[in-house]
Design a binder for this molecule. Structure first.
Ligand SMILES: CC(C)(COP(=O)(O)OP(=O)(O)OC[C@H]1O[C@@H](n2cnc3c(N)ncnc32)[C@H](O)[C@@H]1OP(=O)(O)O)[C@@H](O)C(=O)NCCC(=O)NCCS
Length: 154
């Protein structure tokens, strides 16, 4: 069963499938946050519970006035130390409005408190200026670079 979501976030609903398909088709999201291979949006949404029950991933909708404005998700869960990798995307019409900052903060606080994670981390491509600005702006620690990716942690 999916846990209660962090403040300001909600779980995916089947009715979100068209919005998810549109996001997966957005060139910026495809470039920096490639959608899952061989998955259609309705099937992917229907398998959210299963992915969480297997501790594969946990994905939340960023909802603005009933519209899917983005997603923040956790994956690559590990124990000892308890960690997970965070990913985030914002739909084109909702960017540069502070939405990613607020949603990442909320998901990260929640992951520390509710999932008892010692660390949440993220990888951003060195060329992804918006993502670098985001994690700098919200005060994540820049751990270093590896294979063209910057590693951030909180
Ligand atoms: C990266 C992304 C999530 C940022 O979302 P957002 O809601 O626009 O970010 P915010 O509005 O919260 O902005 C956070 C900071 O980044 C800055 N920023 C956002 N977009 C920027 C851009 N294109 N260029 C430069 N700075 C940018 C903002 O000015 C803000 O900095 P400030 O607090 O110093 O003013 C969004 O551009 C996106 O979805 N990109 C495609 C997917 C992706 O790259 N995901 C990240 C990999 S996990």
């Amino acid at each position: 069963m999916l846990p209660d979501p962090p403040d300001g976030l909600r779980h995916w609903r089947l009715a979100d499938a068209p919005a998810l398909s549109a996001a997966w088709a957005d060139p910026t999201i495809r470039l920096w946050n490639p959608p899952p291979a061989d998955a259609d949006a309705p099937s992917w949404i229907m398998r959210c519970d299963e992915r969480w029950s297997l501790r594969l991933s946990l994905d939340f909708v960023i909802d603005v006035d009933g519209e899917v404005a983005g997603e923040v998700g956790l994956r690559n869960f590990t124990d000892d130390p308890a960690r997970a990798e965070l990913g985030v995307w914002i739909a084109p019409d909702h960017r540069q409005d502070g939405l990613a900052s607020r949603s990442v903060d909320s998901a990260t606080d929640w992951a520390h408190d509710e999932l008892d994670l010692a660390q949440v981390w993220c990888r951003t491509a060195t060329g992804n200026e918006a993502a670098g600005a985001l994690f700098r702006s919200i005060g994540w620690q820049r751990l270093g670079e590896s294979d063209g990716r910057v590693i951030w942690a909180c």
